[in-house]
Design a protein around this ligand. Structure first.
Ligand code: NAD
Length: 466
């Protein structure tokens, strides 16, 4: 019998190494763990190892994430699964959003170093990792959030423990496994991105309170943002919005109408930045509505049908009914007995200021239009109906003074002028993208540096070369 000593030696060496590092190949779950404690411990171990990888390595891993997401087969699969599993949004838009998150989320180039040099030497201020980050993702952008947060957090030298929404756990787990497989292929430590098999509120609470989780990032509604901010840890809150769009008499009305319909119907109005109510100056309101109808809006005028719709798509006129969030205009209209084709992108109606459709962050393509006598009243009401979220607002106007006035008064993280809301996250507008827009805690559109600590490194006397 021929014994291949070399092969046996290789196998023994690998087994011993696996035992030593606790990473048996057959048991590697590509970042998916039974318990939150196990996930966090693995993440902490991975982060220590990750600290020895170079900046060039980090960027290679970022490119790896981009590649996994942009592979046609993966992109199509995750976009389809996200819609099927959550019951929200539309496939074509998910494809755009996932690709956008992969391509336009900045990598290590975001970590710019400050340097001070002079007679006393050289001081550097660098963006350094926090360590293990706990990131909570919404059901409205499940994969988009995993993609942009993974890129930014890993670029910053961190590892990340995700707490996906239970309603989108399948697609989140699928994506996390794919990303870890690619990262391993590129030589990264295992478990840079982890989660649990059964995401739940209980598991999120374990994560929020675990001592090895150094930073918390909540992308979701007010409840979870408040929860992370109450932990005593460094927390980033990316919370709810109710973005108003103001149109005044100086605007290019045809363009405004088209932009508003396109922005509001993007992924069936799921994005937190999407137009949620229009405030139009009386002088141009009719012409705006006429043009919106020419661009795919369906106007409902019958008060009875509007009332029926309120009963159907809201919970006690206070919150959106979850089973209608992210549904298409065609679907919603069908439920109130109106048959239209898929060319109808959103439903519009005139509404008073206190109407539930105006006041609630609906996250479905129903767009109320509030008529006001002049632009100053439009701006005042936009500020009011944004409810102090300071998230996103739009304005269509050629009047620089009024554009400036609204920008100052509404204080939103994103203010888009003369464009659709998505121009604010880098689609047809300048700038990078993210699906974690941190208004409440002030980081704004998050990127790698948002997830880093600033550390000062001082050398006395030396390396000053002037
Ligand atoms: P959600 O608040 O219901 O859930 C968000 C996440 O938090 C989920 O993973 C959920 O499981 C978890 N969660 C919620 N309450 C919790 C609690 N008490 N304890 C532990 N975990 C909890 O939001 P959603 O419906 O998934 O997403 C829509 C909301 O998110 C909207 O309000 C939208 O504006 C907001 N959002 C904001 C941004 C942003 O960047 N600012 C981006 C996307 C979504």
């Amino acid at each position: 019998m021929n014994i291949d000593v070399e092969l046996i030696e290789k196998v023994v060496k690998k087994v011993l190494n696996d035992v030593e590092t606790g990473s048996c190949e057959s048991e590697y779950g590509y970042g998916i763990f039974d318990t939150m404690d196990e996930a966090i411990e693995a993440s902490a171990k991975a982060q220590k190892e990750y600290m020895n990888h170079s900046m060039a390595d980090r960027q290679r891993y970022v490119e790896g994430i981009r590649e996994v997401v942009c592979t046609k087969e993966n992109l199509e699969y995750m976009s389809k699964l996200a819609v099927e599993e959550s019951g929200m949004g539309a496939y074509e838009y998910k494809v755009i959003k996932n690709r956008l998150a992969a391509v336009k989320s900045p990598g290590v180039e975001d970590l710019t170093t400050e340097a001070l040099s002079g007679d006393d030497g050289l001081t550097l201020v660098e963006y350094c990792p926090f360590g293990v980050i706990g990131a909570i993702a919404p059901t409205t952008n499940p994969t988009e959030t995993v993609i942009c947060n993974s890129i930014a957090m890993l670029a910053g030298g961190n590892t990340v423990v995700f707490s996906p929404h239970p309603r989108s756990k399948g697609v989140s787990i699928w994506l996390i496994k794919k990303l870890n497989a690619k990262l391993e292929e590129l030589g990264a430590p295992r478990n840079l991105i982890v989660t649990v098999k059964e995401p739940s509120i209980e598991n999120t609470n374990i994560m929020m309170n675990h001592p090895k989780v150094r930073m918390l990032v909540a992308t979701g509604g007010p409840g979870i943002v408040k929860a992370v901010m109450s932990t005593g840890k460094k927390a980033i809150g990316a919370g709810a919005g109710n973005p108003p769009v103001v149109v005044d008499e100086t605007a290019d009305i045809e363009k405004a109408a088209k932009d508003i319909v396109n922005g509001c119907s993007f992924d069936n109005n799921l994005p937190c930045i999407a137009e949620k109510e229009v405030i139009a100056v009386d002088q141009i309101a009719d012409y705006l509505i006429f043009n919106m109808k020419n661009n795919g809006a369906y106007e409902v005028k019958d008060p009875e049908i509007i009332e029926k719709m309120v009963d159907l798509v809201t919970k006690d006129r206070k919150k959106p009914a979850v089973n209608f969030v992210g549904k298409s205009a065609q679907y919603i209209l069908d439920k109130v007995g109106i048959k239209v084709g898929p060319e109808v992108k959103c439903i519009i109606m005139e509404a008073p200021k206190d109407h539930p459709f105006v006041q609630i962050e609906l996250m479905m393509p129903i767009l109320p239009i509030v008529r006001v006598p002049n632009v100053d009243e439009a701006i005042d009401f936009a500020v009011e109906v944004e409810h102090g979220n300071r998230h996103t607002a739009m304005m269509h106007s050629k009047n620089v003074d009024k554009l400036t006035k609204m920008a100052k008064e509404i204080e939103t993280t994103i203010f888009v002028k003369n464009g659709p809301s998505y121009a604010g996250i880098g689609v047809g507008g300048m700038g990078y993208t993210t699906f974690t827009i941190a208004g409440p805690t002030g980081e704004g559109l998050t990127s790698a540096k948002s997830f880093c600590r600033k550390r000062r490194c001082v050398l006395q006397d030396g390396l000053h070369i002037r």
